[in-house]
Write a protein that binds this ligand. Sequence first.
Ligand code: SAM
Ligand code: SF4
Length: 337
Amino acid sequence: MIPQASTPLIDPFGRAITYLRVSVTDRCDFRCMYCMSENMTFLPKKEVLSLEELERLCVAFIRKGVRRLRLTGGEPLTRRNIMELIRSLGAYLKAGDLDELTLTTNGSQLSKHAEELYQCGVRRINVSLDTLDAERFTAITRWGRLEQVLEGIDAALDAGLKLKINTVALKTLNEEEIPSLISWAHERGMDISLIETMPLGEVEEDRIEYYLPLSLVRKQLQQRWHLEDIAYKTSGPARYVRVSETGGRIGFITPLSHNFCADCNRVRVTCTGKLFLCLGQEDFADLRAPLREDLSGRLLDEAIVEAITRKPKGHDFVIEHAGAAPALARHMSMTGG
Ligand code: SAM
Ligand code: SF4
């Protein structure tokens, strides 16, 4: 066991920070139309934390009481040698210093890595999938191939991982397919979360065109199935219902409403070491300078403690009108969702 720091991270509103999301790369092998523009400029390598720096950063948070770690991106499994980091972090699981190590992935590299992920102690992962139609899949992801992702999902299930599917609800694009995606996921024993589009970062499309309120989706689903509100909670922001007919769960992630700020236990770090205290606010603390300047970790610890005192009570997103600038300039692939 590593020695726990005597003071856990508690923010000014009394929320204990026990969940860290780390974006390990801003790069991706897909270009989903709501997430990235087709011609993204990615960060120069020297600005991105090395795998060793990412590990030191995660360990600093584990020492301060973080019990759950989620790796995301960009596409985490496209980062070169990412399994080295996952293996090192897996040791903290085995030692009891961490309750969960997980990742959010587009699934394209899962066939290659699923078994090793399981061996490292990863037990559940989120896989993003917006459609089961091959053509539509390529229209939404621009560079992705559905078949490769479905193979990845099968490999992950075979390896013993529990999967949750994340589906962004997109008006006209996958709207009418949502019930069949839910049935497909539940038949395979997978939960599914539906996500509203968030106004993060410039993309070519006008997101209002595809914005589909989940309140509407829920109403439509209720005409087909009986949805039972349940108290089930993961460390994420989804509100869950159980579908009586399938026995599976659906999560609703509605970031545009404020309903999950009150018990927010999470912070996010970008691949350049920027610590964002809230997905919906610009304020951040730079952890890269203290990480690089002081190998003892003291400056890093101080920077983390100082930053947590600035965690805001909640956020303030609005998709206002057609053509409006995104509420926040950074892309989801920077903070990893
Ligand atoms: N590449 C991985 C993936 O797609 O799962 C991890 C990173 S991705 C940024 C994490 C999640 O954010 C995905 O489920 C994706 O669908 C979602 N996402 C990206 N941009 C979004 C946006 N503007 N609004 C809502 N969700 C978004
Ligand atoms: Fe890549 Fe994930 Fe963004 Fe799609 S949502 S472009 S897979 S980072």
